[in-house]
Design a protein. Sequence first.
Length: 427
Amino acid sequence: MTTETIPLKTLTAELAARQTEARRISDTFQVDEKGRFTISTEQNNSYRKVIQEAQELKALIDARKAADDIDSFLQAPESPSAAGQFYGSPQGTEVKSLGDLFVESDGYERARDRRFEGDAAIRASMEGKSIWALSAGQVTHNTFGGAQNLGITDMARRKSRIRDLFPKATTKAAVLYGVREVGWTNNAAQVRQRTAADGSSPAAGLPSDQWGRAPESRLDFVPVMYPVAEIAHVLHAHKNILSDEPRLKTFINTRMVEGVKYREDFDLLHSTGDGEKLTGLFNVPGVQEYAAVASDKRSVQVRRAITKGVLAEYEMSGLVISPNLWEELELETDDTGAFRIAVQVAVGAEKKVWRLGVVDTTAMADEQFLVGAFGNGAQLYDREAVSVTVSSENGLNFENGLISIRADERVALEVARPESFVVGTWA
């Protein structure tokens, strides 16, 4: 079989398979704590080969489409068709209705067959209300002229989340346990090879002299359990709506995932913990606090909070702040009126303050902020990534023509070094 006889759908399927393989290979790339990739020669060669094959398939598909257009042109009738003449088309050729063109288009087929995907990043919470009459109501339209349905406008995607401050980690366990350091007495000192009988004076060369003894330090631990918590919510919708509005499937999917992601941000900060729920960083015993003074500017307040963590022998790596206070911080100026933080306003400054990565989230109140050693003092573990499940087998759903959409994830938060985090209160 030559390439000219291979169905276009087969070529498209082959291209999709290459894309899936490329993603699979890229997921095996190793990333260290500094965000650098480690790629083996075999991974590099495999990835390049798949990408090259995908590019060749893409070029072949484009060529096939161009050839089909030429064939259609050459095979078109020289005179108007009988149907075209009968309906009096202004162009004198047969035309199809908008509905016919829509249902026969590749775009509609892709939308109709689209499955729920689990990747989204929009800043919004989602309430579990029933969508049953979204397309209800009356529409008044003109006898002549058309109306344009603008559909649903999705929200802009946001990329920064608290989980982005943690290095990636996963677990297959249902519960995690470990130890938390609660006390450290450092008695390290220089030790004489030989001492007098009292154990501290220089050796006198007598039989009573002793070998030097190292002083004893003390390290205290307590056992801690870290539950793998589930974050989830449910939305109900009528099955006809999702069939009639293909785009609504993706819209609901992204909103459902976003609801889970927003709650994750909130719980990583504020969850109280009860054996099955996460204990947020604000509620972990041993987390330090810093109350700023009014005479300090915002950036100075953040820097002083960082010092508290450094004095506990931890290198701070991230700042969590509310959007309103992040705005104030970026707009802060020095005595000459120059911006102190956003030094590249025209091209978009890097989102950092005092060498810390910044996440601005509405899960943080305007009155407070958090700096910490993410990944060193605490670690987020993914047990199950966010997924969206659809089912009609729920209560009276089948009888009522409803479907239930459930988004959920399972995560665990280990906080082994509470003193590596500082909760700051703005002055």
